[in-house]
Design a protein around this ligand. Structure first.
Ligand SMILES: [Cu+2]
Length: 181
């Protein structure tokens, strides 16, 4: 990375046009900068974290919303039945999203109810969370760059509980599974 930034700088100095600002840089120079970037840096990194305090029967999770990918950074995570769950959702995207957790096997039903909220004039007041018994826990709409904490008690019945963002249209891509053991 240091090499990548120093090379064009050195080239500019040699050519005597050190006063050229990056904006005025020739496209070839700009291209060189892009190409010099190792591909690993372009990969979105995840800070996903899950920690359990056995004594307190408490699990803290950090789940991220990946920028411009319409997805959460984990497709699934495991929790213990009856644990207190502190789910921190870090929205790294440029738009609002929510997160809800639903009863096992109900993602399609919840998703369809979410899409139907497009016709509900009060949908935004309800944070696009369908008011049906299949939905167990939910957040408000979480703003861009906002970290929101959802606290709940994990179900006592083990199973695969779907989680999703239910802003209309998002749930098909923005979903995953909370496995309760
Ligand atoms: Cu969303």
């Amino acid at each position: 990375m240091i090499k990548a930034t120093l090379f064009p700088l050195a080239a500019m100095l040699l050519l005597g046009n050190w006063f050229v600002t990056p904006k005025e840089m020739k496209s070839a120079d700009a291209m060189a900068l892009c190409e010099a970037k190792p591909t690993i840096e372009n990969k979105p990194t995840s800070n996903f974290r899950i920690e359990r305090n056995e004594e307190a029967r408490e699990t803290t999770i950090l789940l991220e919303i990946v920028p411009e990918m319409m997805k959460f950074d984990q497709e699934s995570f495991k929790v213990k039945a009856g644990d207190k769950i502190i789910l921190e959702i870090d929205n790294l995207d440029g738009m609002e999203h929510n997160l809800l957790i639903a009863k096992p096997g109900t993602l399609d039903k919840v998703g369809a109810a979410a899409d139907a909220m497009l016709r509900d004039p009060k949908a935004s007041e309800k944070f696009y969370v369908p008011q049906i018994p299949e939905v167990l826990f939910s957040t408000k709409m979480i703003g861009p760059q906002e970290l929101y904490t959802l606290t709940f008690t994990a179900p006592t019945t083990p199973g695969k509980y779907p989680f999703a963002c239910t802003f209309p249209g998002h749930w098909r891509m923005m979903n995953g599974i909370m496995v309760v053991e």
